[in-house]
Design a protein around this ligand. Structure first.
Ligand code: RI2
Length: 316
């Protein structure tokens, strides 16, 4: 991981830093903060040269896109705002339209999560015992909604080492009224065998055109175990989690973060540490990806990505 810059007085740099250090985290929230940052670049621009403003926006978007490499939401969100800047005929128009577009983007993401929760309901029965991994607002929202509509639903939330997002997910589920139990990541097989887990629900950082899922490291292990125990595995993800870059075969970059998130290297002389924070789950282990447009089968992911993003320009 690149070394951290000192606290910056530049608001754009601060947004980048907050994303990189995971003060702002969760793919959807990262996208929202990025569009708001670009809107601020536009409103802070005092000149009347729209081309110069567009160049500033592109440079800002490239800087923000570098903050975290895996969740495609970040680049999808930036591309949407850069499209908007392209539409503006004057700098004044861009100053007005970008904040509106950023606000609309945030609303679209929030609305999408509500639709996903409704679309996912068909996958939950009364008495369902759900297991989830990491903190995903899309997956968490679907579980919370199902708990309202289905009798006796309960959930297991993994701790999610090393960043422990399970300590965000579990209390968020409890707050939403879900009967939730926290387990360590290595207890997943035990929970599947002994606690009656009947469905796995996770979020997504990126979904490739081949239907593979990039999500918090450990998701693949959960999916493999779910297959072993014949437990269906679904993903809750807005459109923006699908990657148009993968249509041309561009590989998804898996972020490796500072090893100090895992352990203090000084306390482990002679030991090398690695910290990949996402992994790839092949589509064959996934029953369906629940989007705001309804369920998408992994085998249909390519057609879906083409339909949503086919003609869009990839600015960053
Ligand atoms: P929502 C998170 O990544 C998790 O991997 C989670 O599944 C994904 O973002 C999606 O989150 P991180 O930022 O957009 O914690 O569903 O590394 O909230």
């Amino acid at each position: 991981m690149p070394s951290l810059d000192p606290i910056s007085s530049d608001p754009l740099e601060q947004v980048r830093r907050d994303i990189q250090t995971m003060k702002t985290r969760g793919a959807g929230e990262i996208g929202k903060s990025a569009v708001n940052a670009l809107a601020t670049v536009a409103t802070n621009y005092k000149g009347d040269d729209v081309a110069a403003l567009r160049n500033q926006l592109l440079a800002a978007a490239k800087l923000l896109a570098s903050a975290r490499p895996t969740a495609v939401t970040l680049r999808n969100a930036l591309n949407a705002l850069l499209d908007e800047a392209q539409e503006a005929k004057t700098a004044e128009q861009a100053r007005k339209s970008l904040p509106k577009a950023a606000q609309a983007y945030g609303k679209r993401v929030d609305d999408a999560k509500q639709k996903i929760a409704r679309n996912a309901l068909a996958y939950f029965r009364d008495g369902e015992v759900v297991l989830t991994h990491c903190h995903s607002t899309a997956a968490g929202g679907a579980i919370a909604y199902a708990a309202q509509k289905r009798k006796g639903l309960s959930a297991f939330s993994t701790e999610t080492r090393p960043f422990k997002q399970g300590l965000i997910q579990a209390p968020a589920l409890a707050k939403a009224g879900v009967d939730v139990t926290l387990i360590v990541d290595s207890a997943v097989a035990y929970a599947m065998e002994n606690y009656g887990v009947s469905r796995v629900v996770v979020g997504a950082d990126t979904i490739g055109a081949d239907g593979s899922l990039y999500n918090k490291v450990g998701t693949r292990q959960v999916a493999e175990l779910a297959r072993r125990f014949h437990i269906p595995f679904i993903v809750c993800a807005e459109r923006d989690k699908f990657s148009p870059y993968t249509l041309s075969g561009e590989p998804v970059v898996v972020e490796e973060r500072a090893v100090t998130e895992v352990a203090d290297p000084a306390s482990l002389p002679g030991v090398r540490i690695k910290n990949p924070v996402f992994d790839r789950t092949p589509g064959e282990l996934i029953e369906a990806i629940i989007t705001e447009d309804g369920p998408v089968k992994p085998a249909d992911a390519g057609a879906y990505v083409r339909r949503i993003f086919g003609e869009r320009k990839l600015w960053v």
